[in-house]
Design a protein around this ligand. Structure first.
Ligand SMILES: Cc1cc2nc3c(=O)[nH]c(=O)nc-3n(C[C@H](O)[C@H](O)[C@H](O)COP(=O)(O)OP(=O)(O)OC[C@H]3O[C@@H](n4cnc5c(N)ncnc54)[C@H](O)[C@@H]3O)c2cc1C
Length: 392
C-alpha cells in the first residue's frame, strides 16, 4: 500500500532509515517530524559510532551482520572503517562466554571473528596491559561508522524519493479511534495519517503513552571522554573493550554532517559502563567522570595515561534501555502504530536492518528478509525476554 500516509516521529538515524527504506519501496506519502531544529540532535549526534556483530543473541548478531553488509555495499559513504572490535576477558568464565558467543556468531555467518591470546593482543595493541587478561575475541568486520553521515545518507535518499522532513515540530500526541491510529497533533496543527512510526529514541515512552501504549523504554545517561594524546596511537587501533567493567577506547574522529574526516591519530575516545548511573534525561557532562575513566585507562592502557582530556569535546547522551537490552521493533495493539525504539545503545549500528524491517512490516505485514518477531513488544507481557550480557 504505497499510497498510505505515514508519519515518522523522530529525526535520528532510526527515523531516517525507516523513511529511506519506505521510500525505496515506493511509499510516497511520508512525513518525518523532528522537534529539534536540526536532524540528529538526539542520541544519534552523541554516539561513538561503533558497529559490531559480536553479540550474544541470534537476533542482535543477525541485525548487525545485515547492517554490515548493507554498509559495505551502499553507495553513500558513511565512513565505515573495519578496524575490528577486540574484547578482553579477565577470567576463564569471561573467556568461555566469549567462546560460546563466538561460536554462535560464526554459525550465523560471521566468519572473520577469532579467539585471540595475550601475545597476539599485545601485537594488535602494543602497550596494552595484559597482566590480568587471559585472552579475548577479535572480530575483524566490526569497526566504526560516522552516525551523522549514515543519517545524512538515509535522509538524502528519502527526500529525493519524496519524503517531507519537518523540523522544529514537536509531536504532542497520537490520536487513536476504535483501536486504530487517526492522526498526530503538533502545535502547528493536526496531521491525518494511516500509520505512525515512533522513532523518538530515549523519549519514545511519553509519546507512546498518548496512544495508550506502555513502552518500557528508559533513558540513561552515557558519557564519553575525548582526549588528546602525546604520542600517536598504535596504527590500526581497533575498538578495545574490557569485559569486566565495559572500559573501552577507540581512536576519535569528528563526527559532523558531510565531514568524511579521518582521525588525527592523536585523539582518543574512552568510556566505561557506569553502573551507578540511574535513569535520567540529563545530557550534562559530569567532569567527575573524567577521573573515573582515567583510573581505568591508567591500568589498562598506560599509553593513554598522559593524554589530556579535551573538555569541550567530552559529551553525554542518552541510552534508551529496555528491560532486556534489546530493541522493540514492530506493530503493537494499536492498529497502524509501529515501534522502532529501545535500542539500548545499539541504534546506530542496527538502523539499516531496522529501517528495512519496519518498511516490510508496514507494507507487507511482516519482515521477510529477517525474522524480527522476537523483538515485538509482546515479549514483555508474555515473559519472553531476551538476554544480552555485553557491556557497551
Ligand atoms: C554516548 C553514547 C554512545 C553511543 N555509542 C553507540 C555506538 O557506538 N553504536 C551504536 O550503534 N549506538 C550507539 N549509541 C546509541 C545510539 O546513539 C542510539 O541507539 C541511536 O542514536 C538511536 O537513534 P534514534 O534515531 O532511535 O534516536 P535519536 O537519535 O535520539 O533520535 C530521536 C529523535 O526524536 C526526536 N523526538 C523525540 N520526541 C519527539 C516528539 N515528541 N516529536 C518530534 N520529535 C521527537 C528527538 O529530538 C530526536 O532527534 C550511543 C549512545 C550514546 C548516548
Amino acid at each position: 500500500m504505497p499510497d498510505r500516509k505515514i508519519v515518522i516521529i523522530g529525526g535520528g538515524v532510526v527515523g531516517a532509515s525507516v523513511a529511506y527504506h519506505l521510500a525505496e519501496r515506493g511509499a510516497r506519502d511520508i512525513v518525518l517530524l523532528e522537534r529539534a531544529d536540526a536532524l540528529g540532535a538526539g542520541s544519534t549526534g552523541k554516539a561513538t559510532g561503533g558497529i559490531r556483530a559480536q553479540f550474544e543473541t541470534e537476533i542482535n548478531i543477525l541485525l548487525s551482520l545485515y547492517s554490515l553488509e548493507f554498509l559495505k555495499n551502499w553507495d553513500f559513504d558513511c565512513e565505515y572503517d573495519a578496524r575490528g572490535y577486540l574484547f578482553l576477558a579477565r577470567d576463564q568464565d569471561q573467556l568461555l562466554y566469549l567462546d560460546a558467543t563466538r561460536f554462535r556468531q560464526q554459525d550465523l555467518g560471521y566468519d572473520d571473528v577469532y579467539p585471540i591470546d595475550t601475545e597476539a593482543i599485545s601485537a594488535v595493541v602494543p602497550g596494552l596491559n595484559t597482566d590480568d587478561i587471559v585472552g579475548g575475541s577479535f572480530g575483524l568486520r566490526d569497526g566504526f561508522i560516522n552516525p551523522l553521515a549514515l543519517l545524512e545518507g538515509f535522509i538524502t535518499g528519502a527526500v529525493s524519493a519524496g519524503t517531507r522532513v519537518v523540523t522544529s515540530t514537536n509531536v504532542e500526541s497520537i490520536s487513536v479511534d476504535h483501536g486504530r491510529v487517526r492522526n498526530v497533533r503538533t502545535a502547528s496543527g493536526t496531521l491525518e495519517c494511516d500509520a505512525v512510526v515512533i522513532c523518538s529514541g530515549p523519549w519514545a515512552r511519553p509519546i507512546a503513552a498518548t496512544a495508550g501504549v506502555d513502552l518500557p523504554v528508559t533513558p540513561q545517561r552515557r558519557q564519553i571522554v575525548w582526549a588528546q594524546t602525546e604520542r600517536q596511537l598504535p596504527a590500526g587501533l581497533p575498538m578495545v573493550i574490557d569485559l569486566e567493567d565495559g572500559f573501552h577506547f577507540r581512536p576519535a574522529r569528528d563526527f559532523s554532517f558531510g565531514s568524511n574526516r579521518a582521525g588525527s591519530g592523536y585523539e582518543v575516545l574512552f568510556a566505561y559502563s557506569d553502573r551507578d548511573e540511574g535513569p535520567s534525561e540529563s545530557t550534562e557532562f559530569d567532569e567527575a567522570f573524567v577521573e573515573k575513566v582515567y583510573q581505568r585507562a591508567r591500568h589498562r592502557a598506560p599509553f593513554l595515561a598522559d593524554s589530556s582530556p579535551v573538555l569541550e569535546k567530552c559529551r553525554a547522551g542518552l541510552y534508551e534501555n529496555t528491560p532486556d537490552h534489546h530493541a522493540i521493533i514492530g506493530g503493537c495493539e494499536v492498529e497502524g502504530l509501529y515501534l522502532a525504539c529501545g535500542f539500548s545503545g545499539h541504534g546506530v549500528m542496527h538502523s539499516p536492518a531496522t529501517g528495512r524491517a519496519l518498511s516490510e512490516i508496514i507494507l507487507d505485514g511482516e519482515a521477510k528478509f529477517l525474522d524480527v518477531s522476537s523483538l515485538h513488544i509482546d515479549r514483555f507481557a508474555n515473559g519472553r525476554l531476551l538476554r544480552e550480557t555485553g557491556f557497551i
